[in-house]
Write a protein that binds this ligand. Sequence first.
Ligand code: GLC
Length: 558
Amino acid sequence: MDVEREWWKEATVYQIYPRSFRDSDGDGVGDIPGITEKADYLDELGVDVVWLNPVYESPNADNGYDISDYRSIMDEFGTMDDWERLLAALHDRDIRLIMDLVVNHTSDEHEWFRKSRESKDSDYRDYYIWREGEDGGPPNNWEGAFGGSAWTYDERTGEYYLHLFDEKQPDLNWDNPEVRQRVYDMMEWWLEKGIDGFRMDVIDLVSKAEGLPDGDPDSGWVGNEHFMGGPHVHDYIREMYEEVLQGRDVMTVGEMPGATVDEAKQYLGPDGDGLNMIFHFEHVTLDYGEDGSRWTMGEWSLPEFKRVFTKWQTELEGEGWNSAYLGNHDWPRMVSRFGDDGVYRIESAKMLATMLFTLRGTTYVYQGDEIGMTNYPFESVEEVRDVSARNFVERKRSEGYDFDDVKDVVRHRSRDNARTPMQWSDEQYAGFTDGEPWIPVNPDHETVNVDEAMANEESIWHYYRNLIDLRHENDVLVYGEYDLLLEEDPDVYAYLRTLDDERALVVLNFTESTPTFTLPMDVTYDEAELMVGNYAVAGHDPRSFELRPYEARVYRLT
Ligand code: GLC
């Protein structure tokens, strides 16, 4: 089979949310020296790339996704020298570093915006999107992702500015070539420092429809059809590629809340815009309610989940490369969401990991998933930190509900679930800090922690370590073609990976029941050998067997 080998296809990417990883100076906030302290830990786990969430200067309205200076490091996180030391420590261990590129918007405290809001004829006015109001209200009906209008009125000049996120995150005007050039210069500056690529924040939102028309009021995020995958998005990403990325040995992954698989072919394809991978949102929004919102609870079903993964696996074949992820700093913990964080926490965390490492695509591991960290049991609004969740609770309060009425949905949906401190030990603050942590530590750290996991050969941690090695050693798991088996099975997700004469059979039980797996007759082989599994298995016969709760097995078929 014709496959183009690339280091980033074979890589395991480990995502670090610096605020919650390790605090080295006792102020309760994770920092860069804290990450450097843990470089050996990352090396031992065996990851190839670290993706760092934003560490730039920021007033933290959205934890660093509101950047006030792209070329300096947030004080709470350390200094540029600290960052240089981190880069060196990772590179010394053959771990690459990719940085978050947040350029759909800046902070309102960024110099560009401060100058832009000064007057209508400021040289920077056109760096952002300013409009006059309509009928005493905002210019259109678009909403911000965290609730409320996407427009804020600025008294100084009597106009509104657009912000698709918080009001402290004004959107840059990408139609202005000078803005794009400033972004490319900044990217170049970071690349010159020796980084290995970028994760591009909401990069499919940068182009807004001409005339900024009203959006369909019933379409979830109101206005999205006018700013997701907008009219010039491909031109701009292609230009960025040609100006900055082309010819460099770096990796890129674009976060794209609105991307369909057809659009992905254009972002990724051989004659496309030059990105290596995207994060699409289809599987992580399956359990949204009917109104398309994070804050209404819907159900997800395994057949639907399989359909989404299968569509992306098969349709990108030869047209682009997938990224495999089940969570990050924006979603609840994957074991709580797609597995079972009670009795079968360990089994289901391992089963989900088995899937992430055996799909065709680059594997993304979010910090703490390697020890099976779970959602946080919120009891009061005081524990909620995230702007998005706080706005939701506020909205509900204004409608007359109290926290107890919304506690359940916050427990399931708040981004804070993924942002509680990394659990290093069973000490008071889980070995994250000697001070008072900025967000509460999950009480389950007494049993769920790195110390315990590393000491126990049967732990989730060792299972991850093993999977990372297995994927490095078996090209079939990286490059093999994907074929779904048992399409309609409501409990079992099974697929074959095939690379020339190598084959791997992956069988995953997504339930706590004990379904029987039967290998379809047309899958023939001479020998089968168990490559990995999360239970002890006697013998090597994959033809028919009863799966235990959340069991995962991978067989090599020859
Ligand atoms: C992305 C980030 C998220 C942030 C948003 C606005 O979705 O992952 O954390 O709030 O963009 O920058």
